[in-house]
Design a protein around this ligand. Structure first.
Ligand code: FES
Length: 168
């Protein structure tokens, strides 16, 4: 059996293989319109889902959790804790005798852990030299796009309780 006819004719296998390469790339107007319609419907459904999710989103409820006892850490020192979930690392700073501040320890740039710089009184991110204010968590310097989420604190008796997260 020969697979080739004379050089002037097509190869024999081309006759038996019914799909032509030129036709394979050809997209009809109907196919293209169908594709556009389906893609548009998909995008519409996605946007509708995002809209409904935003509309019916309820504020997260945070369970109160004990962070520290009052006076447990000296002035200018820190304590690390997790809130509201065990993977959410936070930092508590005793900024004055009766003053505490707590923030998420995750930098808002690329999530490196921030630490307290006692000498400058700032929260520093070592990854790209980002700095945050210890007063309100705002960005002082560097690439972080947003302030650090603040952990809301309440004094109850001799305990410092975390009651929520602001700016998450
Ligand atoms: S990760 Fe903190 S400044 Fe880049």
């Amino acid at each position: 059996m020969t697979l080739w006819r004379s050089p002037a004719k097509e190869a024999l296998w081309r006759d038996e293989f019914s799909v032509l390469a030129a036709d394979e790339r050809y997209v009809s107007r109907r196919q293209f319109a169908k594709f556009l319609t389906l893609a548009s419907l998909g995008m519409f459904a996605g946007n509708l889902w995002i809209l409904l999710k935003a509309r019916f989103r309820t504020a997260p409820v945070f369970a109160p959790a004990t962070v520290a006892r009052l006076g447990e850490i000296p002035v200018g020192e820190v304590k690390l804790f997790a809130y509201p979930a065990p993977q959410d690392r936070c930092i508590l700073i005793r900024t004055a005798e009766n003053d505490y501040a707590a923030y998420s320890q995750k930098c808002t740039h690329l999530s490196c852990a921030v630490y307290y710089e006692k000498e400058t009184g700032r929260l520093a991110c070592p990854c790209h030299n980002g700095f945050f204010s210890v007063k309100d968590g705002s960005v002082l310097q560097g690439p972080p796009p947003r302030p650090l989420p603040r952990i809301l604190l309440e004094e109850r008796g001799q305990e410092l309780i975390a009651t929520g997260v602001e700016g998450r």
